[in-house]
Design a protein around this ligand. Structure first.
Ligand SMILES: Cc1cc2nc3c(=O)[nH]c(=O)nc-3n(C[C@H](O)[C@H](O)[C@H](O)COP(=O)(O)O)c2cc1C
Length: 174
């Protein structure tokens, strides 16, 4: 079941305008809520945007991004925010990015399970997004995703074979 979702999920960049049912929106947010996090601190906050004008303003911050149009086409935009103070930092590795990454991916996988499409968007003008949505100074906007019914379901993008990404017992040992 989970494996099927892993295999079928795609980054969806073209959407129809069919609205997302409230129960489905609730289910994907619930999936995000259940994610593990550093010391269970749950550093995340999600801003759910349905207002078209606001989505158009956010879309303008995605200049040249292949997902720019998706934010207007899909009826819902989910903006993933994190408070870095509510997570760990070890030797320059900031775990708030991991926390929100897991949580947002939970959301994306449940969306796929519900027949909905998502696309991680990490390339945007954070300052402009913060100002459009009134997000406080200390909060980072890490990513966003459109949420809606896919209009185009793309071919699977390739992945490296396991032999290339797994060492056994020691670095360098295949
Ligand atoms: C952290 C992260 C940031 C991403 N940012 C963008 C983005 O700004 N624009 C976009 O079109 N896709 C973005 N993507 C989607 C990737 O391009 C996509 O996951 C990858 O090409 C594999 O395709 P698939 O998701 O359909 O398997 C991002 C994905 C991740 C995980």
């Amino acid at each position: 079941m989970v494996m099927k979702v892993f295999e079928e999920r795609r980054s969806i960049r073209r959407f129809g305008d069919r609205p997302v049912e409230d129960e489905k929106l609730q289910a994907v947010l619930e999936a995000a809520r259940l994610a593990p996090s550093w010391a269970n601190m749950q550093c995340w906050t999600y801003v759910v945007v349905k207002d078209r004008e606001t989505r158009e303003a956010v879309s303008a911050t995605l200049e040249r991004n292949p997902a720019q149009r998706s934010v207007v086409e899909a009826p819902v935009l989910i903006v993933a925010c994190a408070d870095p103070e509510l997570s760990g930092k070890v030797k320059d590795q900031s775990y708030y990015l991991v926390d929100i990454g897991i949580s947002l991916q939970h959301l994306c996988l449940e969306a796929c399970n519900q027949g909905l499409g998502t696309c991680w968007i990490g390339w945007f003008d954070e300052d402009r997004v913060k100002s459009i949505l009134g997000i406080p100074e200390n909060i980072r906007v890490v990513a966003m995703t459109p949420l809606g019914y896919p209009a185009v379901y793309p071919e699977a993008r390739g992945r490296k074979p396991l032999e290339e990404i797994v060492f056994r017992e020691r670095w360098g040992q295949r």
